[in-house]
Design a protein around this ligand. Structure first.
Ligand SMILES: Nc1ncnc2c1ncn2[C@@H]1O[C@H](COP(=O)(O)OP(=O)(O)OP(=O)(O)O)[C@@H](O)[C@H]1O
Ligand SMILES: [Mg+2]
Length: 1107
C-alpha cells in the first residue's frame, strides 16, 4: 500500500487512490483496503475510470453544500477528488455541450444509497442548470415529485428504513441551452403485497403512518380515521415507529410537495380518501354462514366499517357487500354467480386493497407527469436517472423479490454489456491488440428467467393460462422439469440438487444463483400474484362509486367495456417494461454509480469487509478495473473526433478533404501527442489516458476562445463597416436634404430682398405720386383759400359798408331826434320859464329825502349799544347817507349810554376796557373775566382784626388785597399768600399771621408772564439787581389773574409812566435766586377736575398741566 501514496498531480491530496485504475497491486484485498481507508476518512466516493463507486456513509456528510456544487461546476472529471457531483457535472455538460442524451444508472443492493444518490444527482443538475422564474418552477416541481412518490412508494424494510418498493426511471428534459423543460417518470411494479401484509420488523408504505400521525383531528375525522395505528389490521405493529423518522413532519412535507407539484385541493383530498379506504378495508372481517345446500357462505361481521368506507368513497353499500359475498363468472354470454367462502372473501378484500393502492400509485405518477410534462414541442435533450429497488434477499422471498432481483440482473447485464463485454469486443473489432479479460457474464441467469420458451416467467405464465387446476406446486413441478439442468437453478427435485447436501431447501421452494448471490424463493403465491386477479364484481362496484378518482382507477369495471380477454400477467408486463427500459438505456450515454453497502446494521463508521467483498465480487468491479487498465480511457469514431478537434491544426481547419482517419493522424502528429497515448482502430481512435483527452479538450477550449475572438473580431469589423456604410449613406441623404434646405433658404432670402427692394421702389413711386397729388390738392386748396379770403374781404368791406350805412342811418336818426327836439323846444319854449326844469328836479329830490327821514324816524332801532339792527336802505342814491346815519346814530347812543355812568362806574369800565385791550383773544381765561366785576380788595384788611398788623404796616391805599398761591420752586407745591397792591408797591404777606414776606416797589417790576391757557398762573419778574430781586421772581396763581394783571398794569403806568411788559406765552423762564427755571404749560388730563396742577420735572423745569 506504500506505493499507493504516490499521487498524480491530478489527484493531489488523495486518501488512498481516488481512481482504482491507479491501484497497485490490483487484487481484492488492496481494492477493499483502499475503499476502507477512504471510507474511514469520509471519502465515500471512488472512481473506476468514469464509474463512481459510492459507499453509504449512513450519516450526513458536509459534502453536498452549495459551495461544493460551485467547486465541481464546470470542472474536468478528474480535476477534483471523486464525487457524485463530478459525474453529474460531466453528464450534464456532455448533454449540454455535445448534445448526447445521458442516463445515470444507479445500482446496488437495498439500502446501498441509490435513492439518495439519484436525489443528489437531480439536485446538482438543478443547481447548475439555467435560472429564471419559469425554469425554477420546473426544477422545483421535478424535485418535489420525490417526496410524494417516496411517501406512497417507499417503506421500512429490514434492510432499509426508506426502501423504494417500486422502480423509478425519470427522464429530465432540457432545451438546447441546458435549461430544464420538464420530465417524464416511469414506474415499475410496486410491491403491492405490502399493503395487506408486511414481514416481521417491516412497515407498510410510509403514507399510512404519515396520515395517522400528521393529519389534523378534523382531517382524520373527515377521512373517518383514528390516530391509533393498532386500530388497523393492515398496519404491522411491531415497528410502527421508525427511529429518526418524523412521520407527522413528513406528512406536512408531502402535502406541501403535492401542492408545489400542482395537485388541486380536491385531488389531494380524493387521494387521501382512497388511502383511508384502503386502510379501512383491512378492518372488514368475515364470518362463515352455512347455507342450505351445505356450502359455506361468508358474511361481514361488523358492517360499520363497510358503511364508513362506502360513505367515504361514494360506493353503494349493498353493491360492495354483495361483491364480497358473490362472484359472477361470465362465459359465452352466460353469467354464473357463485358464493364466496370466508377465505375467498378475505382474498377478495385484500385483492381490492392491493389493487386500489397500486392503481392509486400509478395514477399519482401519471398525475405528476401531467404537471412536469415539458410544455414545448422543441427537440429535447434527455437525462435519465434510474433508481430501482436494489437486489434483496429476505428470509421469505416471494414473487416480488423474484421480480426485483430479475430487474437487478438486467441492470447488471447492461453494465456488463457496456463496460466489460462491449469494450473488449470493441478492441478486437477495431483490430486493437488485446488480451481477453475473464469476467462473469450474468446473461445466463437472465436467460433462465426471461427466456420465452424455457424461462421461469414464461413457465409461470403458461401455468397461469393453463386450463385445469393450477397451484403453486404444479408450477414448481413444471420448473423442476424444465429448469432442472440449469446451473443457476436449484430445487429439491432439480438435477443439481441431487448432489446437494443442503437439506435446508424446503420442498415448496426453488433457489436461483443470482449474480449477487443465491436467493431461495417460496413458490407460494407466485401464480396468484402473477395472475393479479380482481373479481369483476369488485371492479364493477368500484366503477360505480360516486368518487371520480376511484371510478377512473377501475375503467374495466364499466359494463360497456367488458373485456373477456385475460389481462397480461404481472410477470409478462414487468418483463416487457424492463425490456423497453433496457432499450431506452442503450440509446443513451451511460454513467454509472455503483452503490455499496458498508454494513447490515444501517450504522455509520462500520465497514464490514466480508459484506463489501461480496458486493465487489458480484458487481464485477475488479474486472471492471482490469479492463479499464488494459484498455483505453476514451474512444471515438474518426469523423466526430476530427470534427471536434479539427480547429487545433492548420491542415484540418476549417476543412479536411481526405479521409477522416488521415485527418486525425495529421492532427495528432501536429499536436505531438506521444504515440503510446493513442491507437488507431478500424473506425475509431482510442485514447489511453484521460489526461490526453483533457489536454485535447483544454486545447480545444483555448482554440475555441481564440476562434470566438476571431469571429467576434470579424463580426465587429463587419458591424463597424456596415455601420460606417450606413452612416455614409445617411450622411449623403442628410447632406442632400441640407443642401436643398440651404438653397430653399437662400432663394427665400433673395425673394424677400427682391420684394423689399420692390416695395421700396413702389413706396418711393407712391410717395412721389402722393407728393404730386398733395401739391395739386394744396394748389386747389390755396385757390379755395384765396377765394375764401377774397370773399371774406369782400364780405367784410360789405359789412363795413353796411355798418357805415347803419351808423349813418342812426346818426341821421339822432340828428333827426335832436332836430325834432330842437324843433319841439323851439315851438314850445314860449309856453315855459327858462329854469322850470331845474326847480322840478330839486323839488322832487327834496320830497324824496323828506320821505326817507320821516320813514327812518319810525324805523329807528333800540338805544342799546349792542343792538346790531338797522333798517334797510330805500334809495340807492342815499347809500352813503344811510351808512353815515347809522354811524352817527351808534355814536350818539353810545354817548348817551356813557353819559349815564357815575365816576366809579366809569373807572370800572375803563379798567375793563384796559383788560380787554390787554387780554382779548390772547388769554383763554379772559372771556370768563368779562362778566366778573373787578372788586380789588377781596380781603377786607382794615376790618379784619387778624390783619391789623398788616394794615398798620401798609399806610397807602390798597388797590388789591387778595389771597394768592405762591408756587414753591422746589416741589411745585403752592403756599397761600396775601397779595397786596398799593399805589407804589407789591407786597406778599403770610396769610395766617399777616407778616409781610416780600415788598417790591412797582418800579422794580419789569414784566408779568402768563400762559395763553385757561389757568391763573403768572410770574412777576423783578428788575435784576433791585433790592427785592434777591429771592428771585414770584411764581403765583390766582383766580382773579385778569383783574390783578390789569390793575398792576394801570397802577404801574400811572405811577412810573411806563408800560408794564405783559408776556403771554406757554413757556417762560422764571428767575429763582441764581437759577432760571422754565415753566411750561401743557394740555393735561381732567383727572383733578378743572384745577391746573404744577409739577417739578427736574431742576430746570416746572410743568403746569392745564385741563
Ligand atoms: N450519501 C448519503 N449520505 C448520507 N446518508 C445516506 C447516503 N446515501 C444513503 N444514505 C442513508 O442510507 C439510507 C438508505 O439509502 P437509500 O434509500 O438511498 O437506499 P436504496 O439503495 O435506495 O435502497 P432500496 O433499494 O431499498 O431503495 C438512506 O435512508 C440514508 O439514511
Ligand atoms: Mg431506494
Amino acid at each position: 500500500m506504500a506505493k499507493m501514496e504516490v499521487k498524480t498531480s491530478l489527484l493531489d491530496d488523495m486518501i488512498g487512490v481516488g481512481d482504482m485504475v491507479l491501484l497497485e497491486p490490483l487484487d481484492e484485498d488492496s481494492f477493499i483496503n483502499n475503499l476502507k481507508k477512504r471510507f474511514d476518512h469520509n471519502e465515500v466516493y471512488t472512481y473506476i475510470g468514469s464509474v463512481v463507486i459510492s459507499i453509504n456513509p449512513y450519516r450526513s456528510l458536509p459534502i453536498y453544500t452549495p459551495e461544493k456544487v460551485e467547486e465541481y461546476r464546470n470542472r474536468n472529471f478528474y480535476e477534483l477528488s471523486p464525487h457524485i457531483f463530478a459525474l453529474s457535472d460531466e453528464a450534464y455538460r456532455s448533454l449540454r455541450d455535445q448534445d448526447k442524451d445521458q442516463c445515470i444508472l444507479i445500482t446496488g443492493e437495498s439500502g446501498a444509497g441509490k435513492t439518495e444518490a439519484s436525489k443528489l444527482v437531480m439536485s446538482y443538475v438543478a443547481a447548475v442548470c439555467g435560472k429564471g422564474a419559469e425554469v425554477n418552477q420546473v426544477k422545483e416541481q421535478l424535485l418535489q415529485s420525490n417526496p410524494v412518490l417516496e411517501a406512497f412508494g417507499n417503506a421500512k424494510t429490514v434492510r432499509n428504513d426508506n426502501s423504494s418498493r417500486f422502480g423509478k426511471y425519470m427522464d429530465i428534459e432540457f432545451d438546447f441551452k441546458g435549461d430544464p423543460l420538464g420530465g417524464v417518470i416511469s414506474n415499475y411494479l410496486l410491491e403491492k403485497s405490502r399493503v395487506v401484509k408486511q414481514p416481521r420488523g417491516e412497515r407498510n408504505f410510509h403514507i399510512f403512518y404519515q396520515i395517522l400521525s400528521g393529519a389534523s383531528e378534523d382531517f382524520l375525522c373527515k377521512l373517518k380515521l383514528e390516530q391509533d395505528f393498532s386500530r388497523y389490521n393492515y398496519l404491522g405493529l411491531d415497528s410502527a415507529k421508525v427511529n429518526g423518522v418524523d412521520d407527522a413532519a413528513n406528512f406536512r412535507t408531502v402535502r406541501n410537495a403535492m401542492q408545489i407539484v400542482g395537485f388541486m385541493d380536491h385531488e389531494t383530498q380524493s387521494v387521501f380518501e382512497v388511502v383511508a379506504a384502503v386502510l379501512k378495508l383491512g378492518n372488514i372481517e368475515f364470518k362463515p354462514e352455512s347455507r342450505v345446500n351445505g356450502l359455506d357462505e361468508s358474511k361481514i361481521k361488523d358492517k360499520n366499517e363497510l358503511k364508513e368506507i362506502c360513505e367515504l368513497t361514494g360506493i353503494d353499500q349493498s353493491v360492495l357487500e354483495r361483491a364480497f359475498s358473490f362472484r359472477t363468472v361470465e362465459a359465452k354470454q352466460e353469467k354464473v354467480s357463485t358464493t364466496l367462502n370466508v377465505a375467498q372473501a378475505y382474498y377478495a378484500r385484500d385483492a381490492l386493497a392491493k389493487n386500489l393502492y397500486s392503481r392509486l400509485f400509478s395514477w399519482l405518477v401519471t398525475r405528476i407527469n401531467e404537471s412536469i410534462k415539458a410544455q414545448t414541442k422543441v427537440r429535447k435533450k434527455v437525462m435519465g436517472v434510474l433508481d430501482i429497488y436494489g437486489f434483496e434477499i429476505f428470509e421469505d422471498n416471494s414473487f416480488e423479490q423474484f421480480i426485483i432481483n430479475y430487474c437487478n440482473e438486467k441492470l447488471q447485464q447492461i453494465f456488463i454489456e457496456l463496460t466489460l463485454k462491449e469494450e473488449q469486443e470493441e478492441y478486437i473489432r477495431e483490430g486493437i491488440e488485446w488480451t481477453h479479460i475473464e469476467y462473469f457474464n450474468n446473461a445466463i441467469i437472465c436467460d433462465l428467467i426471461e427466456n420465452n420458451q424455457t424461462g421461469i416467467l414464461a413457465m409461470l405464465d403458461e401455468e397461469c393460462l393453463r386450463p385445469g387446476t393450477v397451484t403453486d406446486d404444479t408450477f414448481l413441478e413444471k420448473l423442476n422439469q424444465v429448469c432442472a439442468t440449469h446451473q443457476h437453478f436449484e430445487s429439491r427435485m432439480s438435477k443439481c440438487s441431487r448432489f446437494l447436501n443442503d437439506t435446508t431447501l424446503p420442498h415448496s421452494c426453488f433457489r436461483i444463483q443470482h449474480y449477487a448471490g443465491k436467493v431461495m424463493y417460496q413458490v407460494e403465491g407466485f401464480v396468484d400474484k402473477n395472475n393479479d386477479l380482481l373479481y369483476r364484481d369488485l371492479s364493477q362496484a368500484m366503477w360505480k362509486a360516486n368518487h371520480s378518482l376511484i371510478k377512473a382507477l377501475f375503467p374495466e369495471g364499466n359494463p360497456a367495456k367488458i373485456n373477456l380477454k385475460r389481462p397480461p400477467t404481472a410477470g409478462s408486463q414487468f418483463k416487457a417494461s424492463v425490456a423497453t427500459l433496457m432499450k431506452n438505456l442503450q440509446t443513451k450515454n451511460p454513467n454509472y454509480i455503483r452503490c455499496i453497502k458498508p454494513n447490515d446494521k444501517k450504522a455509520a463508521h462500520v465497514f464490514n469487509d466480508a459484506l463489501v467483498c461480496h458486493q465487489i465480487r458480484y458487481l464485477g468491479l475488479l474486472e471492471n478495473v482490469r479492463v479499464r487498465r488494459a484498455g483505453y480511457a476514451f474512444r471515438q469514431a474518426y469523423e466526430p473526433c476530427l470534427e471536434r478537434y479539427k480547429m487545433l491544426c492548420k491542415q484540418t481547419w476549417p476543412h479536411w478533404r481526405g479521409p477522416a482517419r488521415a485527418g486525425v493522424e495529421v492532427l495528432f502528429n501536429e499536436l505531438e501527442i506521444p504515440e503510446e497515448e493513442f491507437s488507431f482502430g478500424r473506425s475509431k481512435i482510442f485514447i489511453r489516458n484521460p489526461r490526453t483527452l483533457f489536454k485535447l479538450e483544454d486545447l480545444r477550449k483555448q482554440r475555441l476562445e481564440d476562434l470566438a475572438t476571431l469571429i467576434e473580431k470579424i463580426y465587429r469589423g463587419w458591424k463597424c463597416r456596415t455601420r460606417f456604410l450606413l452612416m455614409k449613406k445617411s450622411q449623403i441623404v442628410i447632406a442632400s436634404w441640407y443642401r436643398r434646405y440651404a438653397q430653399q433658404k437662400k432663394y427665400q432670402k433673395i425673394k424677400s430682398s427682391a420684394i423689399i427692394v420692390q416695395s421700396y421702389i413702389r413706396g418711393w413711386k407712391a410717395r412721389k405720386l402722393l407728393r404730386e397729388l398733395k401739391h395739386q390738392r394744396r394748389c386747389n386748396e390755396a385757390a379755395t383759400i384765396i377765394a375764401a379770403y377774397w370773399h371774406g374781404t369782400q364780405a367784410r368791406s360789405e359789412l363795413r359798408r353796411l355798418k357805415e350805412e347803419a351808423r349813418n342811418k342812426h346818426a341821421i336818426a339822432v340828428i333827426w331826434a335832436f332836430w325834432l327836439g330842437y324843433k319841439v323846444r323851439r315851438e314850445y319854449r314860449k309856453f315855459f320859464r327858462a329854469n322850470a326844469g331845474r326847480k322840478i328836479y330839486e323839488f322832487t329830490l327834496q320830497r324824496l329825502i323828506q320821505k326817507y327821514f320821516l320813514e327812518m324816524k319810525n324805523k329807528m332801532p333800540s338805544l342799546s349799544p349792542i343792538d346790531k339792527n338797522w333798517p334797510a336802505r330805500p334809495y340807492l342814491f342815499l347809500d352813503s347817507t344811510h351808512k353815515e346815519l347809522k354811524r352817527i346814530f351808534h355814536l350818539w347812543r353810545c354817548k348817551k349810554y356813557r353819559d349815564q355812568f357815575t365816576d366809579q362806574q366809569k373807572l370800572i369800565y375803563e379798567e375793563k376796557l384796559e383788560a380787554s385791550e390787554l387780554f382779548k383773544d390772547k388769554k383763554a381765561l379772559y372771556p370768563a373775566s368779562v362778566g366778573q366785576p373787578f372788586q380789588g380788595a377781596y380781603l377786607e384788611i382794615s376790618k379784619n382784626p387778624k390783619y391789623k398788623k398788616l394794615k398798620d404796616a401798609v399806610d397807602e391805599k390798597i388797590i388789591i388785597a387778595e389771597v394768592v398761591n405762591k408756587i414753591n420752586r422746589a416741589n411745585g407745591k403752592a403756599t397761600s399768600r396775601i397779595f397786596l397792591l398799593t399805589k407804589n408797591n407789591v407786597l406778599l404777606a403770610d396769610q395766617k399771621s399777616g407778616n409781610i414776606k416780600s415788598e417790591v416797589p412797582l418800579g422794580d417790576v419789569i414784566k408779568v408772564s402768563m400762559s395763553s391757557q385757561n389757568d391763573g398762573f403768572f410770574a412777576v419778574h423783578l428788575k435784576e439787581g433791585s433790592g427785592a430781586a434777591g429771592k428771585g421772581d414770584f411764581l403765583l396763581s390766582s383766580d382773579h389773574l385778569i383783574e390783578m394783571a390789569t390793575k398792576l398794569y394801570r397802577t404801574t403806568l400811572s405811577q412810573t409812566k411806563q408800560k408794564l411788559n405783559i408776556e403771554i406765552s406757554d413757556e417762560f423762564l422764571v428767575q429763582f435766586r441764581q437759577d432760571k427755571v422754565c415753566v411750561k404749560f401743557i394740555q393735561g388730563s381732567q383727572k383733578n377736575g378743572n384745577i391746573p396742577t404744577c409739577k417739578r420735572k427736574n431742576n430746570r423745569l416746572l410743568e403746569v398741566a392745564v385741563p
